[in-house]
Ligand binder design. Structure first.
Ligand SMILES: NC(=O)c1ccc[n+]([C@@H]2O[C@H](COP(=O)([O-])OP(=O)(O)OC[C@H]3O[C@@H](n4cnc5c(N)ncnc54)[C@H](O)[C@@H]3O)[C@@H](O)[C@H]2O)c1
Length: 346
């Protein structure tokens, strides 16, 4: 790459796009943005205190801007079409989680990027936040994971979710909007998923066109098992306070207690009398910087990144399998979900 800083365009100027753009600007240039909503573009420029070349659609931006890469922070339903348009224009692609709303859509993105010879990374920040990364590291000390349970019960009412967030065809469904993160982290702890089973009780929050509670059981190829219980209808906790996992390892265990301001990790070897205690700050900065920094270094210098598209695709596969199982009253769904789309080196 013969520029000193990569040039990005960002697609999707909503709440998260505004947050993520700050980290892009630390390591790259960002001359152009695209969002069909002029209000979102205005709010974006105001929040970043800059002007941008503004577009209301991807094709016009890609035809007119001299850029190397795109960051996709659109609503979930637009990830696939934006990534494919960018790849076809020869641009490297960074895409927010969830990668897309179905596994076949993910594969279309992968094939378009492979054909164009461009990089494709999906942003799974949770496993990069220091407290969560520490648990992955501790499996070296405590031995392989035997079982994990995580309960992401929280109150979605204050989040004022509307529009695409409430419709499964546009968002992907409950796990896609409420619990991509812990599923990806569970994969980082346990490896590839072997099978998935899920059930949903009656729905409470009528804003959504999908069940707002789901209980998921995962079996991994390592023989570890995990349960991931998610609800947006639990009045006692906020999103960031919920979901702290309990982990059983072959030679010990971990207990993770999140709160709004810091994260407490307790861990213990089987032979220890007392647990060790480590306190972490929330760690968003470290994760965002690691991710975008790695993407830039991957594109500019070919350095091995912390994430590619593979984590994104496998996470979508786990969520799609869970939603399918819940719709079939708890049927066991073996993975891969679409063996005909899989290839041996993925
Ligand atoms: N990694 C994380 O921690 C994290 C956190 C929050 C959101 N996200 C992800 O970021 C994405 C955006 O979330 P958000 O909270 O900003 O949602 P949002 O609803 O606030 O914003 C979405 C924006 O996308 C725009 N959009 C829709 N179609 C588009 C298209 N074709 N081209 C360009 N823009 C388009 C909408 O107009 C809107 O401004 C989602 O995929 C979400 O899952 C990730």
């Amino acid at each position: 790459m013969n520029r000193s800083r990569l040039r990005f365009a960002l697609f999707g100027c909503g709440g998260f796009g505004r947050e993520f753009a700050r980290y892009i600007l630390e390591v790259a240039d960002l001359p152009a943005i695209s969002d069909p909503d002029p209000g979102a573009r205005r709010a974006f420029a105001a929040a970043l205190k800059r002007t941008f070349n503004e577009y209301d659609n991807a094709d016009a931006l890609l035809a007119n801007e001299d850029i190397d890469a795109v960051a996709i922070t659109t609503a979930n339903f637009a990830h696939k079409s934006t990534a494919i348009a960018a790849a076809n224009a020869g641009k490297h692609v960074y895409c927010e989680k969830p990668m897309a709303n179905s596994v076949p859509d993910c594969w279309e993105m992968v094939r378009a990027c492979e054909k164009a010879g461009v990089r494709l990374m999906v942003g799974h920040k949770r496993r990069l936040r220091p407290a969560w990364a520490r648990m992955i590291e501790l499996t070296k000390e405590l031995g392989p994971v035997i079982a994990i349970t995580s309960c992401q019960y929280y109150d979605a009412r204050p989040y004022n979710l509307s529009g695409w967030w409430t419709r499964a065809a546009e968002s992907g469904g409950l796990l896609d909007i409420a619990e991509v993160h812990i599923l990806d982290w569970m994969r980082a702890m346990c490896g590839d998923i072997d099978s998935v089973r899920a059930i949903s009780p009656p729905q409470l929050d009528a804003r959504f066109d999908f069940p707002d509670t789901i209980h998921v059981e995962l079996r991994f190829r390592s023989e570890a098992v995990a349960s991931l219980n998610v609800s947006m209808a639990y009045p006692l906790l906020k999103f960031r306070e919920s979901g702290g996992p309990l982990v059983i390892c072959r030679n010990g265990g971990m207990r993770f207690v999140p709160s709004l301001d810091y994260l407490d990790l307790y861990w213990q070897r089987s032979e220890d009398k007392e647990p060790h205690h480590e306190r972490f700050d929330l760690g968003f900065d470290q994760a965002f910087r690691k991710e975008i920094g790695d993407f830039v270094n991957w594109v500019a210098r070919g350095e091995e990144p912390c994430l590619t598209w593979k984590e994104g695709l496998r996470c979508v596969e786990g969520m799609e399998a869970a939603h399918r199982s819940a719709a079939q009253n708890g049927a066991v769904i073996p993975l891969p979900l679409y063996p005909e789309l899989d290839n041996s080196n993925s």
